[in-house]
Design a protein around this ligand. Structure first.
Ligand code: SF4
Length: 211
C-alpha cells in the first residue's frame, strides 16, 4: 500500500438502492466531511464531531461493494459517492475507477462547493453529477448554508461545459423559510443559461426540523 494512496472517509455504505441516487441499482458510499452547514441538513452525522468513519483505500471499498457486480451490470447501476461532500476526495474516486473500469456507473451527489482542481479530477472519472445547487441567489445560499456560492456556480458552469448537460442533474429545492417558488424559478432560469437541462425541483419537508 502506497503511503500517499488516496483514502475515503467512509461513514456509511448502503446497498441495493433503486432510483434514489442515479440509474439502476446503486450502492451509496458516504463521505464524512462537508464544507457547508445547511440549516436543514438531512445528514448532519456527515459533518458532526464524533461520527465514526473508516479511511478506506479504493481497493478496500471495491472489495466491500463488488458482491453487487451482477446487479450493477444488469441494471446499468454502480456506486454513488455521497456524504457529506464526496468530491473533495476526487483522487480517491479516480483510483476506484481504475479498479472497476467502465463496467459500473459512478455517480456523485455533490454541492460542487469544492476547489477547481478536485472538479477537474472528478470530470475524468464520474459518469453522472447530481448537483445540490440549493439556490443560486448568493444571499439565500449564504443564509441557508453559511457559505458563499460563487465557487459552486463557477464549477457548475465549467462542469456542464466539460461533460455536457446529459451527465448533470441540478437539484433546486423550495426550502420553506429560506426561498420562495419565484426564487426556484429564477435559479432554474439562471442555470439554463449555464447549459443545464436536467432539473430536480421539489420541496423540503420541515415536519421534523430536517429537509
Ligand atoms: S451539503 Fe449536504 S451534507 Fe453538507 S451540510 Fe448541506 S445538506 Fe448537509
Amino acid at each position: 500500500m502506497r503511503r500517499d494512496e488516496p483514502r475515503f472517509p467512509l461513514f456509511a455504505l448502503e446497498r441495493h438502492r433503486l432510483a434514489t441516487d442515479g440509474q439502476g441499482v446503486t450502492t451509496l458510499a458516504a463521505a464524512y466531511g462537508c464544507p457547508l452547514r445547511c440549516a436543514m441538513c438531512l445528514n448532519p452525522q456527515s459533518w458532526r464531531k464524533g461520527t465514526a468513519f473508516m479511511a478506506v483505500t479504493a481497493l478496500e471499498l471495491y472489495d466491500q461493494v463488488k458482491m453487487d457486480d451482477l446487479y450493477f451490470q444488469a441494471t446499468g447501476g454502480g456506486v454513488t459517492f455521497g456524504g457529506g461532500e464526496p468530491l473533495t476526495h476526487a483522487p480517491f474516486i479516480q483510483a476506484f475507477r481504475q479498479l472497476c473500469g467502465d463496467k459500473w456507473r459512478l455517480s456523485a451527489e455533490t454541492c460542487l462547493n469544492i476547489p477547481e482542481p478536485m472538479l477537474n479530477v472528478a470530470i475524468e472519472c464520474v459518469d453522472e453529477f447530481i448537483v445540490d445547487v440549493k439556490d443560486t441567489n448568493p444571499a439565500i445560499y449564504r443564509r441557508y448554508t453559511g457559505s458563499d456560492n460563487k465557487q459552486a456556480l463557477l464549477n457548475l458552469a465549467a462542469l456542464v461545459k466539460a461533460v455536457g448537460p446529459e451527465r448533470v442533474l441540478a437539484r433546486v429545492p423550495l426550502i420553506p423559510g429560506f426561498n420562495e417558488q419565484a426564487d426556484v424559478e429564477a435559479s432554474v432560469e439562471r442555470l439554463r443559461l449555464f447549459g443545464v437541462t436536467r432539473f430536480d425541483t421539489f420541496t423540503y419537508r420541515t415536519t421534523i426540523g430536517k429537509a
